[in-house]
Design a protein around this ligand. Structure first.
Ligand code: APR
Ligand code: PHB
Length: 391
């Protein structure tokens, strides 16, 4: 098989890249190791930055997001038994959309198929070869057969455990990592959200987040120690712990409970690969970097990476000029490191030490009070959360 741009992975990064390239008249083939229904069902995050929502709309795949998603003009920080709202439009002129990543994946798959795009499901890339030449190749297996995809460029959008990053020579890449001592236990529940906007709650018992998927489905998370077995958490225990962490002084707010339909535990990690390109192989999205989910940046970073790549590949295809491709890694990494910092900062601000409420806890409360009192401190949070337009 032959294609100008070989893409590994049908997550949001690979799908959006293939879609943006198609709109520039450039063909691509996506190799995806899972089947379509697996890709469409995976539960992931759900906050879309202002600029990413605009990019989805501008490329013709924003209609269902605008119909079924929610515009959110703020978040609530809950700490010391009190609620404090961060108003995004007031502070930044921007907002965010609440629309599940898995729905974006469904929309992009449907659009690629409608446009005649090639997504090979259940096709696993096994090796990426000759990346230092101008004819790199991807070896893959599909329907029990080995095959080769010959390309001008290969883009690995194959997530943290893919084959892309490990195909870069060890002596040209550096990786940077931070692992946290806690994870998130996430649930989906068939119950109307108890709030209109997301609540990020700091408490002596640990962090909790109230998010949502629709008017009748809530998404909630609890900070738990790494290594937690979800089997140790009965539904009753989950609801009791969530209620305790969200409790307001005065007690005039109640968490609504309903049947839990999905439970998972996700470890927290910060990870960056530099550079994000070697020869004719590019990395995008989780293949290159991971953020802890507290800042809601994982999906957004993946989309920003491929927006840069689509523009760079279009310029190369139109004029043969590789300047934007040559700049891709440095340009993308500026946003990546900003998001890494913001995600680390939000995580450190809100997650509490299981050993007690000592020095770090006091520092967190002090800074949360500062955000509540200072327009400048709140604006910093809002600017990063809604997405910095140009970096
Ligand atoms: N061959 C083919 N496909 C592969 C291979 C392989 N060897 N390895 C991985 N894949 C596929 C996975 O099955 C998955 O569908 O690559 C895809 C990677 O998609 P994502 O993990 O969703 O990564 P990305 O598109 O970068 O999206 C980043 O996902 O994990 C969240 O928080 C993260 O929201 C962020 C987003
Ligand atoms: C989610 O809705 O799944 C979600 C929202 C905000 C986050 C992380 C996850 O920071």
């Amino acid at each position: 098989m032959r294609t100008p741009i070989g893409i590994i992975g049908a997550g949001p990064a690979g799908l959006f890249l293939s879609h943006l390239l198609h709109r520039q008249g450039i063909d691509s083939v996506i190799l995806e190791r899972r089947d379509r229904s697996y890709c469409e069902r995976r539960q992931r995050a759900g906050v879309v930055e202002h600029g990413v929502a605009e990019a989805l709309r501008a490329s013709g795949v924003g209609a269902r997001m605008d119909r079924e998603g929610f515009v959110h003009n703020g978040i609530e920080l809950r700490f010391d038994g009190q609620a404090h709202r961060i108003d995004f439009p007031d502070l930044t002129g921007r907002n965010v959309m609440i629309y599940a990543q898995t729905e974006i994946v469904k929309d992009l798959i449907a659009q690629r198929i409608a446009d005649g795009g090639q997504i090979l499901f259940e096709a696993e890339a096994t090796a990426i070869e000759d990346i230092e030449t101008d004819h790199p190749r991807v070896r893959f297996t599909h329907a029990g057969r080995e095959d080769i995809l010959e390309c001008a460029y290969v883009v690995a959008c194959d997530g943290f455990h893919g084959v892309g990053r490990s195909s870069l020579p060890a002596d040209v890449i550096q990786t940077f990592e931070k692992v946290y001592p806690f994870s998130w236990l996430g649930i989906l529940a068939d119950v109307a959200p108890s709030c209109d906007e997301l609540i990020y709650a700091h408490s002596e018992r640990g962090f909790a987040l109230h998010s949502m998927r629709s008017e009748s489905v809530s998404r909630l998370y609890l900070q738990v120690p790494t290594g937690t077995d979800p089997k140790d958490w009965s539904d009753a225990r989950i609801w009791a712990e969530l209620s305790a962490r969200f409790r307001l002084r005065g007690g005039d707010w109640e968490l609504q409970q309903g049947p839990i339909t999905d439970t998972s535990v996700t470890p927290m990690r910060s990870f960056v690969t530099e550079p994000m390109r070697h020869g004719r192989l590019f990395l995008a999205g989780d293949a290159a970097h991971i953020v802890p989910p507290t800042g809601a940046k994982g999906l957004n970073l993946a989309m920003h990476d491929v927006m840069l790549l689509a523009e760079a590949l279009a310029a190369w295809r139109a004029t043969g000029d590789t300047k934007l491709l040559d700049d891709y890694s440095a340009t993308a990494l500026r946003r990546v490191w900003r998001a890494e910092h913001f995600s680390y900062w939000m995580t450190s601000l809100l997650h509490t030490d299981p050993d007690g409420t000592g020095f770090d806890y006091r520092l967190q409360l002090s800074y949360l009070e500062h955000i509540a009192a200072s327009q400048a401190a709140a604006a910093q949070l809002a600017e990063n959360y809604t997405g910095i337009p140009q970096i």
